[in-house]
Write a protein that binds this ligand. Sequence first.
Ligand code: GLU
Length: 283
Amino acid sequence: MYRGRFAPTPSGPLHLGSLVAAVGSYLDAKAHHGKWLVRIEDVDKPRAIAGAADTILKQLETHGLEWDSSVLYQSQRDLVYQHQLTQLQKAQRLYQCDCSRKAIRARSAHYDGYCRNRQPRTSPYALRFVNQNPVHEFNDRAHGIITDHSATVSEDFVLKRRDGLYAYQLAVVVDDIEQGITSIVRGSDLITPSFWQLSLWQELIGKQPQMMHLPLIMNDDGRKLSKQNHAPPIDSRQASQNLLIALDYLDIGLKPEQQQSTTTEILQLAVQNWRKKWHITGR
Ligand code: GLU
């Protein structure tokens, strides 16, 4: 059974770029007659903006994007993440690293495994994953085979940060596995972390989900539309129009007269177009 998800970080309201990821993951789940879950990625508690998670959920509802099971909040899952770290520690797949960013950068462009065989003497320290079988290739449903043999992909990435927070790479994989996610559909800015995450999937359960990375929306100066570059929030009073714009970016544009349609009608048509575009067959 297909299970997909949308996993926004609540650092602000949805903008057009994040709406595209939401719509793409929703359509793919519905086109497969699967479930679509929503997870609030507030593992980085200091970055979460008060009220943003509720705003995002309301925006999704206004756009007719209804999720199938209760929303999971990463901020409530410290014990689960800690349990997983303890397991990895027992399996000797973690080590302490007290290198500062500056020290790492002074040595190399990526983390060079400096602390793998060394007992750091100073705290605070991060916990790094012994990435001994890095994934260098995966079959992406939109891009085909993606290969990366760079040292970055083989790096021993951080699972618990020096500031004591659980790292995004750990939270996302632990949650995707626990939520039974079979397909991850998200923006192409996450291709590099996908290699790390797939290595961790492989380590934890010996299998990998399907991946699909969607096109990113660029602003006028060629940078990705994001909260960091102050992308404006979508206006929920124009939900149908916003959906049509998102569908254009996903290359399954509907006719402009559909602006008069409800969000439900638009999404139903879009599911059919998505099935055609990606050759999804079955019931
Ligand atoms: N929380 C991430 C973001 O908002 C997305 C993570 C994911 O889809 O895996 O950029």
